[in-house]
Design a binder for this molecule. Sequence first.
Ligand code: AMP
Ligand code: MG
Length: 508
Amino acid sequence: MADPHAHPSGGPTTPGPDALPLGHSYAHLPESFHARVAPTPVAAPRLIRLNRELSHELGLHPEVLESPEGIQVLAGNRVPAHADPVAMAYGGHQFGTWVPQLGDGRAILLGEVVDRSGVRRDLQLKGAGPTPFSRRGDGRSSIGPVVREYLASEAMAALGIRTTRALAALSTGEEVARQRREPGGILVRVATSHVRVGTFEYFAGRRDVASVRRLADYVLDRHYPHLVEAEEPYRKLLEEVAVRTAELVASWLLVGFIHGVMNTDNTSVVGETLDYGPFGFLDPYRPGEVYSSIDRHGRYAYEQQPRIAQWNLARLAEALLPLIHEEEEEAVEGARQALGLFEERLEEVYRRGLLRKVGLLEVRDDHMNLAQDLLARMAEGGADMTRTFRELSHLSATDSREDGPVRRLFHDPEAFDGWAVLWRERLAAEGREEGERKAAMRSVNPAYVLRNHLAQWAVDAAVERLDFGPMEELLEVLSRPFEEQPGREPYARPPRQEERVTRTFCGT
Ligand code: AMP
Ligand code: MG
């Protein structure tokens, strides 16, 4: 295999795209796990953006990916020699309803690359044309969702939240028919895993326990190798997925992220944020917030996410039951214990995280009550979530004269004043050095998140004018979300009334 690091400066000896070091561990699984399918070529692919940093992380040459042949590969127009692309099979519960077969209908797994830290990661072309799982759809994507997912995954990564990544965005030179005709696009997505809870359900739904076991062994071997030799590896697998999912959902809650369509087929078994559709970030802190246009009953509202994640994990548990123990009663008891770790871990991470947001170190119930009281006042007072915590990070522990920027975020500023008195008592009791506390607060309270109106601005420019300037600008801002960026204040402020985006769409 060609050494991808051999010629870091490019040049005539740089390996071409046929030498892309692709692995195919998933394609080597039995036939029932996937459908072999090549991407369908597009008319006139153009590289909108390559994530050079990520390509380095993956041990891939940006120069190769940006070359005319490289772009052909990213667009699906040219399949590298020896590549074995597949569409993955999965099922899932969509809004609580069982769908026995979904599968990659507009995405094709090109292969896997082993990154610089030795982790095997999937390269997937999203929008690469029809597959046997497409059913009604065209297997394509509009440029809008490509821009949305690129922005979201990179913004989340910069916030330190586990997520799939975006390696490249391309326009196809073709149009797709949506509500209107829109330019087509392809997202090159990188994931630690594309195995979903729905992948397990797919086989369990067919009573195909041998394949459930095969899939579980694959996931253990690839993603949880430390469990392979464990006693009860399948129960341990469920435990780890529960813990990672808990950590993920807690990290969402702490930055005001709403996934929007947390169906089991969009729930990763490695605890990564997966499938950015009608997601959104809270502007005013409203626990019941729902932005997604398709979520009519608020199933996936902000505050419902822990409960829904737990529900999804219960579906994974059901699929794994026959592996956990041959006696059903014991299997159920083992699964129940494993799932119990979800709530424990979620509480732990959320509590510690929320207290860090208000600058308190010691995890205690009275501190928690204080923090929850702030959230309640924010909800009551229409306070912007991101702004409130960021401005709070600048406040003195002893002097309330500079409180203006925070208190003005509340309909009734006195609601904040009342809270701030209690807060300063707690800060005084902890007695941390002021500069250190503020810096610590700023390191967990971002100044910049991908607010809905900002994402919409970048999407509109892309869809209407193939203008990717706003996307570039946002990527720059959002790559350093915890740093003050002078001159970029407009990206930190809440939307004005007329800018508010209260409905988000997956658009596909
Ligand atoms: P998602 O909205 O990504 O959770 O997708 C749900 C299911 O619909 C998956 O099986 C997708 O592959 C499929 N799907 C979504 N959009 C399309 C499309 N444009 N063409 C074909 N299948 C699609
Ligand atoms: Mg999906």
